[in-house]
Design a protein around this ligand. Structure first.
Ligand SMILES: C[S@@+](CC[C@H](N)C(=O)[O-])C[C@H]1O[C@@H](n2cnc3c(N)ncnc32)[C@H](O)[C@@H]1O
Length: 408
C-alpha cells in the first residue's frame, strides 16, 4: 500500500499521503504493565493533561501504548499510540504547553464554507456552499488519533486494531463518533477491523511529532475530502498549532466539490489510474481522469513535457540545455494543467534559471512567488523557502549566481 511518491527536490521530503502500508503479520508478545507507562515519570510538567490507561502492545524493547488528552483543543481531545519516551517529546510541543489544555488553538467554525454530500462514484465528499477564494483557509482540524508509524511496522494487525479501538474509546464522545463515522472503504468484519480500515482509508502522514518517528494522523472532516488529479485544495500540517490546514489553490464555485491529491498528480492518466487502483483501492473518477480521450492525451503530453523540463532544468552541469525560457514554459505548463498546488516547484526552477544568468529582476520575481506560495500552501520551515528567501535578500551572494555562465 505504501506509495512511492516522487521526492520533492526542493524539500527532499516525500509528499503526504493517505492510506497506510499493509500491516506486517509478525506478532509481538503483549507487554506487562509497568512504570514505563507512567507518564509523570517520563517527563515533568507538560504531561499534566495527558492520561495513560496502561493499555499497551508489543514487547519490552518496542512497547506501544495508548495516551490520551481529552481536554486538548477545547475538549475535542486527541489520542496517541506511541512509546512512553516518544509521548513525552510530543507532550512538550508548544500546542500542548501553554496551560496544558490546548486552549486557544482553534474551535471548529460555526459556518464552514462547505457541506457533506453524496458524490456520484466517490461516497461522501465536501461541496462548497459559497465561493471560496484562492488562498482561503477552508478548514483546520486537530487530529483525533496519531499513530507512530513504527507501531504499524512492528505490530500485527490484531495488536494495532486493539490499540486503535482503545485510543478511540478514550476520546470525548463527539470526536469518537465522528471518527467512527468515517469511511472504511470496504465492509468490516468487526469493530477492530472497522477502526483498522478507517485508519487505512483516511490517515495522513503528518511528520515526526516526537522528532524521531513519522506519524499517521486521523482528522475528521479533512478525511471527507475526495481525491482529484487536479485538486482544488492543498493541505499541510501546522506543527505549531498542531492542525491540518486545507487551503483553496484556486477559486472554488458554489456547488463545486473540494478535492485534494492523495497521489502525485504530475503523472500520466494511465499511471495515475493504475496507482490509485492498486494502492488506494479505487478507480479515480475525477474530472481529469474522466475527460474525453483527446483531452486526456493533451494533458498527458503536458505532463511528459513537464517531466522532461524538470530533468533539463535540474541539470546544473555545463552541458545542460536549460534556459530561463524553458523555466517560463514550465510555469505555463503547470498553469495550463491546473496543478496550482504545486506551482512553487516551477517558480523555484524559474528563480534559479534567472539567477543563473544574472537576471536579478526576474529571479527575485519568481523567488517571491515561490516563497509566498510555499508559505501559504506548503507551510513554513521548508529548505526551498529558505533558499528563495536568501536569494531575495542577497541575489549576487546566492550560490547559483551566474552559475549558467560559469565555465565548468
Ligand atoms: C479519505 S476517503 C474520502 C471520503 C469518502 N468518500 C467518504 O465517503 O467518507 C477515501 C475514499 O473515498 C473514495 N474516493 C476518494 N476519491 C475518489 C475518486 N477520485 N474517485 C473515486 N472514489 C474516490 C474512495 O472510496 C476512497 O477510499
Amino acid at each position: 500500500y505504501q506509495a512511492q511518491l516522487r521526492q520533492d527536490p526542493q524539500t527532499c521530503e516525500a509528499h503526504n499521503l493517505l492510506l497506510i502500508p499493509p500491516i506486517q503479520s509478525c506478532t509481538l508478545s503483549e507487554a506487562p504493565r509497568d512504570s514505563e507507562n507512567n507518564l509523570s515519570s517520563e517527563a515533568p510538567s507538560p504531561l499534566n493533561s495527558w492520561r495513560s490507561s496502561g493499555f499497551c502492545r508489543g514487547n519490552r524493547a518496542q512497547k506501544f501504548c495508548v495516551f490520551s488528552n481529552p481536554t486538548f483543543n477545547h475538549g475535542e481531545g486527541v489520542s496517541v499510540i506511541t512509546t512512553g519516551k516518544s509521548m513525552a517529546a510530543i507532550a512538550g510541543r508548544p500546542a500542548f504547553l501553554a496551560d496544558g489544555n490546548g486552549q486557544g488553538i482553534l474551535e471548529s467554525e460555526s459556518a464552514p464554507p462547505y457541506r457533506e454530500e453524496e458524490v456520484k462514484g466517490k461516497g461522501i465528499g465536501l461541496v462548497a456552499t459559497r465561493t471560496i477564494q484562492a488562498g482561503e483557509l477552508v478548514m483546520a482540524r486537530t487530529p483525533g488519533l496519531m499513530v507512530n508509524e513504527r507501531a504499524i511496522d512492528v505490530l500485527g494487525k490484531k495488536a494495532i486494531s486493539e490499540l486503535l479501538t482503545r485510543a478511540v474509546d478514550d476520546l470525548p464522545r463527539r470526536h469518537r463518533e465522528n471518527i467512527l463515522n468515517l469511511s472504511s472503504h470496504s465492509s468490516a468484519s468487526d469493530a477492530d477491523d472497522l477502526i483498522y480500515k478507517i485508519l487505512q482509508t483516511n490517515s495522513f502522514r503528518t511528520g515526526r511529532h516526537d522528532g524521531v518517528d513519522p506519524f499517521y494522523s486521523l482528522f475528521t472532516e479533512v478525511s471527507r475530502i475526495n481525491h482529484a488529479c487536479r485538486p482544488t485544495c492543498a493541505y499541510h500540517f501546522d506543527y505549531t498549532k498542531f492542525f491540518q490546514k486545507v487551503l483553496a489553490v484556486r477559486d472554488v464555485e458554489v456547488g463545486e466539490e473540494l478535492s485534494i491529491a492523495y497521489y502525485d498528480p504530475l503523472q500520466t492518466h494511465a499511471t495515475r489510474q493504475q496507482k490509485l487502483q492498486k494502492e488506494w483501492g479505487f478507480q479515480c473518477t475525477c474530472e481529469r481522469c474522466s475527460a474525453d480521450a483527446s483531452m486526456i492525451a493533451e494533458s498527458d503530453s503536458r505532463v511528459l513535457q513537464i517531466q522532461r523540463l524538470w530533468k533539463e532544468l535540474d541539470d546544473h552541469s555545463a552541458t545542460s540545455e536549460a534556459t530561463p525560457e524553458k523555466a517560463e514554459l514550465l510555469v505555463s505548463l503547470y498553469e495550463r494543467e491546473g496543478l496550482l498546488g504545486r506551482i512553487n516547484e516551477a517558480y523555484y526552477r524559474a528563480a534559479l534559471e534567472y539567477i543563473g544568468v544574472g537576471d536579478i529582476t526576474n529571479a527575485t520575481k519568481y523567488a517571491k512567488l515561490c516563497v509566498d506560495h510555499g508559505l501559504l500552501f506548503i507551510g513554513p520551515g521548508r529548505p526551498f523557502i529558505q533558499n528563495m528567501q536568501e536569494l531575495i535578500a542577497a541575489p549576487t551572494k546566492h550560490p547559483k549566481w551566474k552559475f549558467r555562465s560559469r565555465d565548468t
